[in-house]
Design a protein around this ligand. Structure first.
Ligand code: C2E
Ligand code: SIN
Ligand code: SIN
Ligand code: SIN
Ligand code: FE
Ligand code: FE
Length: 448
């Protein structure tokens, strides 16, 4: 009798200890996973990491991250192992690019407003009087049933949530659906705090960069956020291909893929130092104007003269090198040591030009060719591609051109995804600015 009692106690203690050990293991796992979020500035890459990590912690088959934008929750990241096995193109999934209103009627909206986690282990038996119901529209479109859903707010201290993390259908070791435990919710709440901080950092970085681009476009309406984003997206796709082909270490690759999309957007920040009448001149530039224009490279690089983070350093090398040419005839290198340009700048050719500079050169010229400029019409894609091909080995690094040609199928999608504002709008703005500047000049000379 007492012997049995003893064993019972022992077993009970055993399981408590192993439970505690399991908790410690899981917390260590949280620590290991969130340390990977450090310095991931690229939002898409970060959200993918966060969702994959949260799913790994709970062994969930699916999950979604929503971000709050203009009073709505936008599907920003979605993963579903089950649907991945049966759907070829993720854009076929019904929730791709969708958003929902923030109100208490959905699980995600309820959690965003209440700022508290909510775990539902059986969505088919939510009390009919509950303020929220599981919105089944997406389920029926995709024919995937979300039975167990844990929904967590992603917020940094005190603020409205940046978004919502939803974990769907935890699987047991046998691969069958199980339930979320209270511990799952506690662990994921802890995890969610780190995730929210990382998201906030990435959003802050992203908006600092887009604001810089907005400042340039206030000077030159053709140097738009869309142009900057297209150049950055094309450059990143080129690097993705190039780095795989050249066997770049995965760690280096991911790091570069994280920094390049942000850095490449700023290739022309120096244009804020170029007089507006030069930037928006309808015709070709004369030699004097050309010098003022080319100065955007040095002026931009000076803005990052004290580069002290890896991102700053990459931005600086892109600004400085994006108009260098493979054959050495680019600038500022070409002009180095001449009267116009101080000897500070070393002329560059071939692989002396940074890889990112060589890549952004191709992306930038392709985008300039295939879009309207005050001094030229948009060329059709065939002609734009032809010019890039012709310049391989002269203006451009042949290997970079090769990778650019390999990503050709993506170019139309990128153009459609980030369209320029309507041509009329841009030309009207240029005309208005010009008229205003002329008016101001008249006033000034009138007063004197
Ligand atoms: P952007 O308009 O963004 O053009 C970037 C680069 O694309 C140019 O660098 C050039 O290498 C290439 N590109 C643009 N249009 C053509 C073209 O019709 N044919 C060929 N083969 N390449 C082209 P680039 O020449 O150093 O110019 C830098 C920036 O200077 C341009 O940026 C633009 O803002 C300005 N710019 C250049 N030429 C003119 C011009 O004739 N008139 C005016 N108003 N601005 C110009
Ligand atoms: C909800 O939060 O109820 C909508 C999202 C979903 O159906 O997964
Ligand atoms: C790399 O990150 O692969 C090299 C970067 C560079 O050469 O500029
Ligand atoms: C230009 O036409 O503005 C530059 C020529 C080139 O990109 O090779
Ligand atoms: Fe430029
Ligand atoms: Fe540009």
């Amino acid at each position: 009798m007492s012997r049995i009692f003893f064993w019972g106690q022992f077993l009970e203690r055993m399981s408590l200890e192993s439970l505690a050990k399991n908790q410690v293991d899981r917390l260590n796992e949280v620590g290991r996973l969130v340390s990977n979020f450090n310095n991931v500035f690229d939002l898409a890459q970060l959200l993918e990491k966060i969702l994959a990590s949260a799913r790994a912690l709970t062994k969930c088959e699916a999950g979604t991250i929503y971000l709050a934008r203009a009073g709505r929750l936008v599907f920003a990241q979605s993963q579903n192992d089950y649907l991945d096995r049966i759907v070829n193109d993720p854009s076929d999934l019904p929730f791709f690019n969708r958003d929902i209103e923030i109100n208490r009627s959905t699980l995600a909206g309820y959690v965003a407003l209440e700022r508290r986690p909510l775990t539902i282990n059986d969505t088919s038996s939510i009390h009919p009087e509950a303020p929220y119901q599981h919105f089944t529209g997406f389920d029926s479109e995709s024919s995937y049933v979300c039975q167990a859903i844990m929904t967590l707010p992603l917020s940094t201290s005190g603020s409205d949530p940046l978004g919502v993390l939803q974990l769907i259908n935890p699987l047991g070791d046998d691969g069958l659906l199980t339930c979320f435990s209270d511990e799952d919710e506690r662990i994921l709440t802890f995890f969610g705090d780190f995730a929210a901080q990382a998201i906030e950092k990435s959003l802050t970085m992203g908006s600092a960069i887009t604001h810089n681009v907005e400042i340039i476009s206030s000077q030159d309406p053709l140097e738009t956020r869309a142009h900057a984003t297209r150049v950055a997206t094309i450059a990143t796709a080129i690097y993705d291909h190039w780095s795989k082909k050249h066997g770049v270490k995965e760690e280096t690759r991911l790091r570069a893929l994280n920094l390049l999309p942000l850095a490449a957007m700023l290739h022309d920040v120096g244009k804020i130092y170029v007089p507006k009448r030069v930037l928006t001149k309808p015709g070709r530039l004369d030699p004097k104007e050309r010098i003022l224009m080319e100065n955007h490279v040095i002026a931009g690089a000076k803005m990052y003269g004290d580069a002290f983070t890896p991102l700053d350093e990459i931005i600086r090398s892109i600004i400085l090198d994006h108009h260098e040419r493979w054959d050495g005839q680019g600038y500022p290198g070409r002009a180095a040591g001449s009267d116009e340009m101080p000897k500070l700048i070393q002329g560059k050719k071939g692989e002396e030009i940074s890889l990112f500079g060589r890549i952004v050169a191709v992306a930038d010229v392709y985008d300039a060719l295939s879009n309207y400029r005050t001094y030229k019409k948009a060329f059709d894609q065939t002609l734009a591609l032809q010019i890039i091909e012709q310049e391989s080995g002269r203006h451009f690094d042949p290997q970079v051109v090769e990778s650019f040609m390999a990503i050709k199928p993506q170019l139309n999608r990128i153009k459609a995804q980030y369209p320029d504002p309507p041509l009329e709008e841009m030309t009207q703005k240029i005309e208005k600015d010009r008229a205003r500047d002329a008016e101001e000049q008249k006033e000034e000379t009138g007063e004197n």
